[in-house]
Ligand binder design. Structure first.
Ligand code: SF4
Length: 386
């Protein structure tokens, strides 16, 4: 414990949210850091704290502003929950972030990990934390070999994390904030030394106590059980331009990336996923491989014949395209899905039929103000709209 705390005191990264004990600032950093790397989060956190310096500012902000501040971080449920939670803090707690663990846990978007992080880091309470870094460090130090996705192993890890932070708090002396420092030290050790592939055991402050090192098992811990296979999905998107306006639409409530903007698109199948779904979605009778050189040049993978592609365009746009020009391919992942989005520019004169389009015709300046899903933001970039 002392060697870990000593190591943390001399090696902790100087991160802006570590220079404050403001629970609001720490809460925002913890939510942003979920599934996102520190170097990505830094500019977002700094801009957020400039624009929304306290809970009242967050509670009163418009959804559009919040989405714009979050644009590029993904997993937008996080920002919607931040907003709801801030409003709850205003209504139920008079605008002061609660320091009671159970009350923190009641806030939308806050689970046991985030509640433990806020209560320990901001209020120095001996509450445990268990994120990916801590799981890796604890399974290795204690040689815990069970599948960490399994409830029994998980419960054991929570117990170990709790015993350790209680013990750290019990060793506190003077003004030292041992519960806060200890939890952050565990996370920092996982981020800087006890890394997933090549842990730097020679530089590790707890190597003397590490079962995985003694038994040469670091490479096999933590045990994650059988790998979950990712599923490929394929979409085609269409960029229609008419009188310097582009056709875009807003995603409905209750779906992934709800309320964000996108270019009209439709899902088509993949050879190895679901041909049937593709056929149904675009109304084609059967797909076949069509390897047009210009499609390949743009990196597109769509194998739809031209007629099926035009039907897909009509269904997504509500317009009849005269021609389709390959623009680019965008690859990205959401949860367990590997998504390929093939993008086409739509040629045609839409005068007279633009009213029937599925979406809104907006200028470049208007598009610039909206929040787009990250894949469609890359299309904007391709069109020179940043
Ligand atoms: Fe991780 Fe190696 Fe330290 Fe053990 S000795 S905690 S495996 S870095």
């Amino acid at each position: 414990m002392h060697s870990l705390l000593g190591w943390f005191a001399g090696n902790a990264r100087d991160l802006p949210w570590r220079r404050t004990r403001d629970p609001y600032a720490i809460w925002v950093s913890e939510i942003m850091l979920q599934q996102t790397q520190v170097k990505t989060v830094l500019p977002y956190w700094e801009r957020w704290m400039r624009e929304l310096p306290d809970i009242a500012a967050l509670a009163g902000a418009s959804t559009q502003k919040l989405h714009k501040l979050w644009e590029g971080l993904g997993y937008y449920t996080r920002v919607r929950n931040l907003h709801k939670a801030a409003q709850m803090v205003i209504q139920k707690h008079g605008g002061s972030f609660p320091d009671d663990y159970a009350q923190v846990l009641e806030l939308p978007g806050i689970g046991p990990y985030t509640a433990g992080a806020i209560c320990s880091i901001a209020f120095n309470q001996p509450k445990p934390i268990l994120d990916g870094n801590v799981v890796r460090v604890l399974t290795r130090i204690f040689g815990i070999g069970g599948n960490v996705r399994n409830g029994v192993t998980r419960a054991r890890l929570w117990r170990v994390a709790e015993e350790l932070v209680l013990c750290a708090a019990g060793h506190a002396s003077g003004n030292r904030r041992h519960a806060s420092d200890f939890n952050q030290a565990l996370m920092e050790l996982g981020a800087l030394v006890c890394t997933p592939r090549q842990p730097r055991c020679a530089a590790c402050p707890v190597s003397k106590h590490c079962v995985a090192l003694w038994e040469d098992r670091a490479h096999e811990l933590p045990s994650l059980g059988p790998r979950v296979r990712s599923t490929p999905r394929r979409f085609v998107a269409f960029v229609a331009e008419h009188r310097n306006r582009f056709l875009v639409r807003q995603r409905p409530a209750g779906v992934v990336n709800a309320h964000l903007w996108e270019f009209p698109n439709v899902e088509v199948g993949t050879e190895d996923s679901d041909k049937g779904r593709a056929v149904r979605r675009v109304g084609a009778s059967r797909f076949r491989v069509l390897a047009a050189p210009d499609r390949l040049k743009a990196g597109l993978q769509t194998e739809l014949p031209g007629s099926a592609l035009r039907r897909a365009a009509r269904s997504a746009l509500g317009l009849t395209p005269k021609g389709l020009q390959p623009l680019c391919a965008v690859k990205h992942s959401i949860t367990r899905y590997r998504i390929t989005l093939d993008v086409f520019r739509v040629a045609g004169q839409f005068a007279g039929q633009s009213a029937s389009a599925k979406g809104k015709w907006l200028t470049r300046r208007e598009l610039h103000r909206l929040t787009f899903c990250s894949a469609h933001k890359r299309i904007l970039g391709r069109l020179g709209i940043h």
